[in-house]
Every structure is written in structure tokens, then in C-alpha cells.
Design a protein around this ligand. Sequence first.
Ligand code: 15L
Length: 266
Amino acid sequence: MRVLVSGAAGSLGRVITVGLIELGHEVVGLDLVPAPEGATFAWHEADCADADAVAAVFAALSTGGRLDAVVHLAGVPEEVSLPDELTSHVITTAALLDAMVAHDVPRLVYASSNHAVGRTPRADGELTVGALPRADTYYGVAKVAAEALLQLFVDRHGLDVVSCRIGSFLEEPTSVRGLSTWLSHGDGLRMVEAALTTPAPGYAVLYGISANTRAWWDLGPGRALGYEPQDDAEAYADRVEPGPYDEAEAEFVGGPFATAQFQRPA
Ligand code: 15L
């Protein structure tokens, strides 16, 4: 497949671009910043929040053959102001979707987040894709809105979209919560590859974590789309020290994002 990866220079992007190339896909990177040193694939520097800039990238790409999919990883990965969150996650998604419709690009894989449902109490039991939107931060609100926009474009234009509500994408888990929410680099790639290739998903949601012994999110929807995680955070449990916030972080799905330190005026 020929795949455009936004946020290609980010922590997810650096792993996913290289991994997709190793799997035999043709990757085009898109980011605000120049390609990392040594990158061997095509790269466009543009702000995904700038619809004209995104349209220009798609126009340039259309001369090089058909684009099969977009993997949208761009966006601030933390809590900032509400307007900045909406720009970073919703406006960027809109610009990419409009360009996809204009150029008949049929599929998008979205890096959504557990924080879209992060305010769900852990006491409610295992989190399934049926969980109602319940953001823990403005970051989470923006992810909810981006997911709604994606669903709208699936309904209006017949696109295929998989929203991956990612847990903690790290080389290894670093907290007690992470033993439940970890997504390994290898499984992150498996997740994106499944979301790119699963036949005709329409609009689908999965929880992006590894096969963690202590998981409290349902892996069934991902498995139904062909995502078979191979790693388990438990292998690192001995190295994870208990922290002062473990108890507070265990109350809600979103962990630290659901605690008072993140509360600020809108
Ligand atoms: C996310 O979505 C964030 O981008 C990241 O900073 C972590 O907070 C992660 O979720 C997590 O929940 O561990």
C-alpha cells in the first residue's frame, strides 16, 4: 500500500513509518518538521491544521500514483488549551479528510486515545468500544470530537476508518498503570497494519494496548479487525516501582489525566 503518515517525526510516527516500510509498504512522511536524519522515504513538511497546505501535499502526491490510506498520528500528545487541542486534533483531521475525499483516498487509521473515555470509572469494569464518550481532559474532548468527525465522513462519503484508542505507547511500561495500558512498539505496528488491511471496516474503534495480563480494556474489537498483540507488560512488572499516585491513577481509565492537576478553565 502507498500510505501517508502524518506526525511522521513523532514518537509513534518514527516507529510506524520504519515498520510499515519493513512490511513492504510505500510510506510518505508528513510533519511540521524536516525528515529525521537518514530517512529513506518521501517527506512533506506541512502543518496539518492548514487545509491549503494539506491540499497542496495531496495534489503533489497525486502525480506519483494512487494513495491508498492515511495514518493520522499528528497532534499534541498532552493537555494544552481547549482551542489548541481542537486545532491539533479536529482541524487537522478535517483537513486530511477533505483532501482524502477530493483525491479518492479510501482509508484512514486514526491515533485516538484512551483519554476519549478516560473519565470512565475503573469500577465500571472492563472498557469496551461500547463505552460512551467520557473525556478526562480537553485533549480527550478533542479526541472525542475527532472520532465524531471521522464517523461523519464514513457515513457521508463511504470511507473506511479505524480509530485506535491508544493506551501508553512506550518502549516499556514505566508505572503501575502502564502494566495495564502499555502498547509496545511491535504491537503498535501490528495494530496499524491490521487497521490498514482489515477488509471494509466502515467505522470501527479498537483499544490499542498489548496483550497485558492486567489489561482492563477489551482487546476483542481489535482482534476482530485482525490485531493480534504479542507482548505483555507483565514481563516488565519487576522493574516497575510503585509510585505515590498509583491509587489516584487507578480510579479512572485515563489515570493521571483524570486527576485534579489537569483541571483548568476552558
Ligand atoms: C495519551 O493519549 C497521551 O498522548 C500520552 O501522553 C499518555 O498520556 C497516554 O495517553 C496514556 O494514557 O498513558
